[in-house]
Design a protein around this ligand. Sequence first.
Ligand SMILES: Nc1ncnc2c1ncn2[C@@H]1O[C@H](COP(=O)(O)OP(=O)(O)OP(=O)(O)O)[C@@H](O)[C@H]1O
Ligand SMILES: [Mg+2]
Length: 226
Amino acid sequence: MGYGLFITGTGTDVGKTYVTALLAKAMKAYGFHVGYYKAALSGADSIKESDAGYVKAVAYLDQEENSLLSYLYQHAVSPHLAAKWEGNPMELAKVRHDYGGVREKYDYVLVEGSGGIVCPLRYDDKTHLFLEDIIVALKLDTLIVADAGLGAINAVTLTAEYLKSRDLGCRGVILNRFTETAMEKDNAAMITAITGLPILALVPPNADDLAIDKDTLRSLFKEKRP
Ligand SMILES: Nc1ncnc2c1ncn2[C@@H]1O[C@H](COP(=O)(O)OP(=O)(O)OP(=O)(O)O)[C@@H](O)[C@H]1O
Ligand SMILES: [Mg+2]
């Protein structure tokens, strides 16, 4: 049975998929048997064209395509709204089951969130499901991906505080599109000063690899909740 890590972000399009692909690639290079899972994805016609397909391709994952993702919606809107339009609303039992299948096969599983930390996945007469319900159900700690630029301090602090308010663990922050400006360097320092979270990696534009050492990577998955 493998360990998982939940990759969230300060919003949509911040680079969760891009960074997750680099994390998976780095882990594979270090010899970790790594898999990927995403519960719900909207705005793609097929798994291949989706975040899941991207990570599989970049990191050369040997994982079967159908096990990467549980719910695929075509409209590029929040999954709860896409499910209203397209049907097929999320069942938490299916997410648990599908994730469990990936965990059985891989030592480490990178679980990518949808949107930012507040993301309704299903909101109908029968049930209300939010992203945080998945994090709780799968017993995962989180990692925050954020854009390194202006606004990073506010966005990361709000995300970290929200996680704390829900009693969800956070292992640290990866700053994306980092161009080494004095402001971005200060953002990194201030995020740690304010939230206490470590900056685990800095990802430049168009990076092919992630500068992160093996022990740090492994430690993100340690000390699992029971
Ligand atoms: N460091 C980077 N260098 C170059 N392009 C990047 C970088 N980070 C992200 N991108 C590009 O920006 C776009 C958004 O990134 P990505 O899809 O990873 O965001 P996301 O947070 O996963 O979004 P979503 O909420 O839709 O899952 C993509 O086209 C991606 O290739
Ligand atoms: Mg994504």
